[in-house]
Design a protein. Sequence first.
Length: 135
Amino acid sequence: MSAASRALYLRVALIVIGLAFIFGFYPLTIVWPSGWAWGQGHSHYLTMIMGIYATLGVFLLIASRDPDAHKSIIWFTVWSSVVHGAIMAWQAFGDAAARGHLLGDVPALFLIAIVLGILMLMGSSDRMTTSTAAG
């Protein structure tokens, strides 16, 4: 994949994920609560986590303008998604009422980490190849 293609795919992924974090999370908790909402009824946790992810979504949209200048927030999204998904998977295995998350938000978080991680690593190998060729 060319550096230009990788940059385009990364920008598109950041926009899609950013918009999903801002606008998609809440509707999923309504449509598929067993796969996306933790807790019963009104949950302070849900409000807090939606606020955190909406904020992260805004920063991902900003990062989409120039991903190379915003590598830290992109890598934060990758690794925090892995950690969050792993913790939720562990909790879902321990609580039969939460098993729906193994088909909902848990794989979604791992998919986000994989997509962004691969696109970021592809860019780092392009830079390494360029610097190696120049040296």
